[in-house]
Design a protein around this ligand. Structure first.
Ligand code: ADP
Length: 282
């Protein structure tokens, strides 16, 4: 029962919530911007996820994300604020004012400098190193799942697919369903095998999206052919906007066919820090 999994500290009374406008459409239903009135008469900006279907199975899957999110406390991971547990169930999160990273990059193409782009990568690497330390695999790392809080700060969101790995379960075997093929590691495409090291592969695709300011990976190749390209050793090209060689080298290390040849998130974070330092000196 989901009520057992979710700390009652997170229960919110619907009367405290005011919906303001539509932010977007999620997998389960609309997402709204709103305000939460707390006991101290404080008002907090929030994002509200709704769930269209109200049957027990859908509700439980919908609330999985809240259950996962309540376990995290990191400056670059969207925070869960609470849930309305009575139907229609709502999930209340910290609001990211500037929305999805991918559209933000596309809309502001002209205004970005390389340093800001590398800062985003470094912030996400720190979030992912934190997730790795908590034994979580995200499974859907992509620029569409990163939100922009302000121009200097991005946050990882969308924990609908994430899973905790345990000792008995050192990888997660996904069931059939819609999967983000263009972002996925070869072992995930071939065997539906998801680990920290497949998250590393996906993260490098996300870095590529950031450095190309929102290009679609393998744009001209149909989903079904992506795995052939990867098995032939073909990888995403060097992003044209003055991407440092050290950064493209890092991406290629993350795209090693053999998962154990890839760096882990601690190493990735360190390498990004040093790339950032070099760029700042230029
Ligand atoms: P789902 O995972 O169910 O598909 P998303 O998390 O992608 O739903 O949310 C749908 C849209 O709502 C996103 O594309 C984004 O524009 C918006 N959104 C979601 N969460 C937030 C948030 N915390 N702050 C701002 N916008 C958000």
């Amino acid at each position: 029962d989901y009520a057992d999994l979710l700390s009652s500290d997170y229960y919110i009374d619907r009367k405290q919530i005011q919906m303001i406008d539509l932010l977007g459409n999620g997998q389960f239903g609309e997402v709204y911007r709103g305000i939460l009135k707390t006991n101290q008469k404080l008002e907090v900006n929030i994002a509200i996820k709704t769930c269209k279907m109200q049957d027990a199975t859908t509700t439980e899957t919908f609330l999985d994300e809240a259950y996962v999110m309540q376990q995290f406390d990191h400056p670059h991971i969207i925070k869960l604020i609470g849930v309305c547990i009575e139907q229609p169930v709502l999930l209340i999160m910290e609001l990211s004012r500037l929305g999805e990273l991918r559209s933000y990059l596309v809309a502001n193409r002209a205004d970005f400098d390389l340093i800001t782009l590398i800062i985003y990568c470094e912030q996400l690497a720190s979030a992912l190193a934190y997730l790795e330390s908590k034994k979580f695999v995200h499974r859907d790392i992509a620029a569409r799942n990163v939100l922009v809080s302000n121009h200097e700060c991005v946050k990882l969101a969308d924990f609908g697919l994430s899973r905790r790995l345990t000792l008995e379960n050192s990888y997660y075997k996904a069931s059939k369903g819609k999967l983000p093929i263009r972002w996925m590691a070869p072992e995930s495409i071939n065997f539906r095998r998801f680990t920290h090291l497949s998250d590393v592969w996906m993260f490098a695709v996300c870095i590529w999206e950031i450095l190309t300011m929102g290009k679609k990976p393998f744009q001209s190749i149909p989903n079904a052919d992506v795995i052939d390209q990867i098995e032939k050793g073909i990888r995403l090209p060097l992003p044209s906007v003055c991407c440092p060689k050290s950064l493209y080298d890092l991406m290629n290390d993350c795209w090693s066919y053999e998962p154990t040849s890839r760096p882990n998130f601690i190493e990735i974070e360190e390498r990004l820090k040093s790339i950032l330092k070099d760029e700042k000196m230029n």
